[in-house]
Ligand binder design. Structure first.
Ligand code: PEP
Length: 246
């Protein structure tokens, strides 16, 4: 069985005091063993703070990106080994904001996927279509290509320890959510593309997940949890989403 997973993506938000408050408020109600696994992905600079504050908990730490390089003259980059040193378990790879604002190509995303696995981190590979692509009936084609670029590069077996996040670009931070049926269709398609391994890979939905829509999304057969942006910055909301995944 696939263990539900809910991942917070703080994006470029937070401060030392806000992070401390958010984590303390969340942990006050999320103690002990849970059916759902939870992780929080913070900006790089806050990872040591996050790792310290989650050290005694069952909540994992993740990064929002990773360098393709292991070390050297790559100013501003952070390697997988560095992330592992700060207890990172996950790295988000190919988020649509990085694909769009940092011109990350499918090839670069595939290389980052390898870098994460080499360092012992589980990649959370983001795929998803724009509104124009959905409206022109190309959603599955686009997602299939994004997935294939990574599978061709790393080999299908390497997907077994990965997490995939389906994030329709038009639903991220917009308040618009894919309907549970729309999301289920894509999740099922992704699972099919992975062949025999598909049944074991966790596929998360991301795009304006809130306490009010989480339960219905999680009730779909192929939705194993969520990647949560905005709502992960409010302890009570994130908690409600995590509870809905149990
Ligand atoms: C995200 O950025 O991964 C995301 C899903 O954001 P939001 O929940 O705010 O739509």
């Amino acid at each position: 069985m696939r263990r539900p997973l809910v991942v917070a993506n703080w994006k470029m938000n937070g401060s030392k005091s806000a992070n401390a408050g958010l984590v303390a408020d969340f942990l006050a109600s999320w103690q002990g063993v849970h059916q759902a696994e939870v992780a929080m992905c913070a900006p790089y600079i806050y990872l040591p703070q996050l790792a310290d504050s989650l050290a005694e908990s069952n909540v994992g730490v993740g990064a929002q990106d990773i360098s393709v390089h292991e070390q050297g003259a790559y100013t501003g980059e952070i390697s997988g080994a560095m992330l592992a040193e700060f207890d990172c378990r996950y790295a988000i790879i190919g988020h649509s904001e990085r694909r769009e604002y940092h011109a990350e190509t499918d090839q670069l995303v595939a290389e980052k996927f390898v870098a994460a696995q080499k360092a012992g981190l589980a990649p959370i590979l983001c795929v998803g279509e724009t509104l124009a692509q959905r409206d022109s009936g190309e959603a599955l084609l686009v997602i299939g290509e994004q997935l294939k670029a990574v599978v061709d590069h790393v080999g299908r077996d390497s997907m077994s320890s990965a997490v995939i996040a389906y994030e329709p670009v038009w639903a991220i931070g917009t308040g618009r959510t894919a309907s549970p049926e729309q999301a289920q269709e894509v999740h099922h398609f992704i699972r099919e593309q992975l062949g025999e391994l598909g049944g074991a890979v966790r596929i998360l939905y991301g795009g304006s997940v809130k306490p009010g829509n989480a339960e219905e999304l999680f009730s779909q057969a192929d939705i194993d949890g969520a990647l949560v942006g905005g709502a992960s910055l409010v302890a009570e909301d994130f908690l409600a989403i995590c509870r809905a995944a149990e």
